[in-house]
Design a protein around this ligand. Structure first.
Ligand SMILES: C[S@@+](CC[C@H](N)C(=O)[O-])C[C@H]1O[C@@H](n2cnc3c(N)ncnc32)[C@H](O)[C@@H]1O
Length: 284
């Protein structure tokens, strides 16, 4: 069961910590509502259980093929499990047999790579609300994996455009053909990362222990008491219906229009090069 507590937030000078009113809740693993998944009968959200069985029809003595049963996933692990054989685990580098590469890889990857929660402060409220900052004395090296984006796992809508319009949540990241991670009501500190046209971190869609994960990675060395920011992209701002107010340009702007020349140095991140096959995770 996910741990459900309140975030501790500092004012912008890192003084006077207080607890943020809930929601959002702080969780350490994804949450999901079984009912929500059961309601959505879409192929994207369903798990096909077993191969088709051939049974004898009693009345006519004929053989009939039973349709595969589509079942809604019951656990977050079930939703995120990747059954493709060619997928490579980011931790052990293996592909193929799941028994050799499973929960152990996920646990070890977290332990070895992720920042301790004490390394990050949630500060605010500022012009962009709350934000995620490195704590005093904390430095992050370029290429370091920081954390996984966690939240409520929601089924993929059958019609993406309609669903994108119908939901108000501005905390969603989409894993293609798998699920939407919505951190509006619950998540970890990564839900507080604001957008900037000069990003210092980036979310990537990856596989650890044959599980889909969205991981944040440092695009450059990051010093103590720096705000962590990534580029949400113009599409996100179009849908949200407001302009980017990151400090790169004095005026509010659509990403890619103003401040183009000044920003985006961070995009030349270690794993973000053109020749890398890694997929950047998309905010929707
Ligand atoms: C994923 S949340 C980030 C955390 C948020 N600041 C909070 O307090 O919960 C996205 C929201 O932060 C604000 N935001 C983040 N970056 C922004 C930017 N560059 N320009 C304008 N608003 C931004 C918007 O209100 C947006 O809806």
């Amino acid at each position: 069961m996910a741990k459900d507590i309140l975030f501790k937030v500092y004012d912008l000078r890192r003084e006077n910590p207080k607890s943020l009113a809930s929601p959002p809740s702080k969780i350490t693993s994804h949450r999901m509502s079984k009912e929500e998944w059961a309601r959505t009968g879409s192929a994207a959200s369903a798990v096909v259980s077993g191969p088709s069985k051939v049974t004898k029809s009693r009345r006519k003595g004929r053989k009939t093929a039973k349709k595969p049963i589509k079942k809604a996933p019951r656990t977050a692990a079930g939703v995120l499990r990747c059954t493709l054989d060619e997928v490579m685990c980011l931790h052990c580098g293996r592909t193929g047999d799941e028994r050799e590469c499973g929960a152990k890889c996920s646990r070890e990857f977290r332990k070895v790579n992720f920042l301790p929660s004490s390394a990050i402060d949630i500060r605010g409220p500022g012009e962009l609300g709350y934000g995620a900052w490195t704590a005093p004395n904390v430095t992050i090296k370029k290429g370091q994996w920081l954390e996984e984006y966690l939240g409520d796992l929601r089924p993929l809508p059958t019609n993406l455009d309609a669903a994108a319009r119908s939901s108000d949540s501005l905390y969603r990241i989409w894993i293609p053909e798998t699920a939407i991670i919505d951190a509006e009501k619950a998540g970890n500190w990564t839900r507080f990362i604001n957008s900037s046209c000069r990003p210092n971190v980036k979310p990537w869609g990856e596989f650890v222990g044959k599980r889909h994960v969205v991981l944040f990675q440092a695009l450059r060395d990051i010093g103590p008491e720096e705000e962590l920011v990534f580029q949400y992209g113009a599409k996100w701002f179009e849908k949200a219906g407001f302009l980017c107010r990151c400090g790169v340009s004095e005026e509010a702007h659509m990403p890619g229009e103003k401040g183009k020349g000044k920003g985006n140095e961070g995009e030349k991140g270690e794993k973000g090069g053109k020749d890398k096959k890694r997929k950047s995770a998309k905010k929707i």
